[in-house]
Design a protein around this ligand. Structure first.
Ligand code: ADP
Length: 258
């Protein structure tokens, strides 16, 4: 609701009343605003690395006698920014794909345990470097099969584990569990990391929302990971929820109906 307030005064400048206009913004207006914000945010996010890349490249081009060490460090920065740019474009394309298919994605039976194991494997090196312990708990030996889009589900799992690894300091613990009941599968990704303040817990699923922008950037984040997770979970008629305590850790739970 848009609220407009005006105070009415008489000629002697005494307050004689007020007018309050409550304007109910329709769902369409709200969606249009969300879309506009998104385009503005995306453009800004794309522009930042481009500006850095351009500035550094121009500096290198302008200075033919540049010290080799400085040139090397500039080139490394250009490389890092281009990786960031490419990750951003990939995430934006994923979001756009998710929105265009709206539930008509390729559906097949997916072995969720297998997807999780594969994802864990791809983080083995990072875990070793950060001395993180990654644990997997499977409730039973039986396969957990869910109908869905394998590409999307793999991305959902990757994004949650990637965050757990990113936001957990050295020596921490990431534990992943998979439980299935008669009618749903539950994936839990828990970490002993920095946690998320209560006031931010709902907002982290919004596109481009980050609790600490500088930290996320430094870690290679785009601010789109959790919005992609939420989108994919909902596309599978499921949901994602978060429990977290700052300084203690975070637990993300995804529930997908079978
Ligand atoms: P990013 O690319 O910045 O990681 P995400 O959409 O994946 O973007 O997450 C949004 C924000 O939520 C992050 O910037 C971070 O502040 C917070 N966050 C996500 N996962 C975790 C986690 N496991 N522990 C602590 N903070 C997290």
């Amino acid at each position: 609701v848009d609220i407009y307030v005006a105070v009415l005064r008489n000629v002697a400048d005494e307050t004689i009343g007020a007018v309050v206009v409550l304007h109910d913004i329709s769902e369409l207006d709200r969606l249009e605003r969300v879309r506009r914000d998104f385009v503005a945010n995306a453009s800004h996010e794309l522009k930042t690395p481009i500006t850095v890349i351009r500035g550094l490249a121009e500096t290198i081009l302008d200075d033919e006698d540049m010290d080799a060490g400085i040139r090397h460090s500039f080139t490394e920065k250009i490389h890092a920014q281009s990786i960031r740019l490419s990750k951003l474009v990939t995430d934006l394309m994923t979001l756009s794909r998710l929105e265009s298919v709206q539930g008509e994605q390729d559906s097949q039976l997916i072995d969720l345990g297998e997807v999780v194991r594969r994802s864990i494997n791809s983080f083995r090196q990072v875990c070793q470097d950060k001395q993180l312990t990654m644990k997997l708990e499977l409730a039973s030996d039986k396969q957990v099969l869910i109908p869905g889009d394998i590409q999307g589900i793999s991305q959902l799992v990757d994004n949650l584990i990637d965050n757990a690894v990113k936001y957990t300091p050295e020596g921490g613990l990431v534990s992943i569990s998979l439980v299935s009941s008669k009618d749903s599968a539950e994936l839990v990704v828990e970490d002993s990391g920095i946690g998320i303040g209560y006031q931010y817990q709902q907002r982290v699923f919004e596109r481009f929302y980050r609790v600490d922008k500088a930290r996320s950037r430094e870690l290679g984040g785009t601010g789109l990971g959790l919005s992609i997770v939420k989108n994919i979970a909902e596309q599978h008629a499921g949901s994602v929820s978060l429990k977290s305590e700052p300084g203690v850790g975070s637990t993300f739970t995804v529930i997908i109906p079978l």
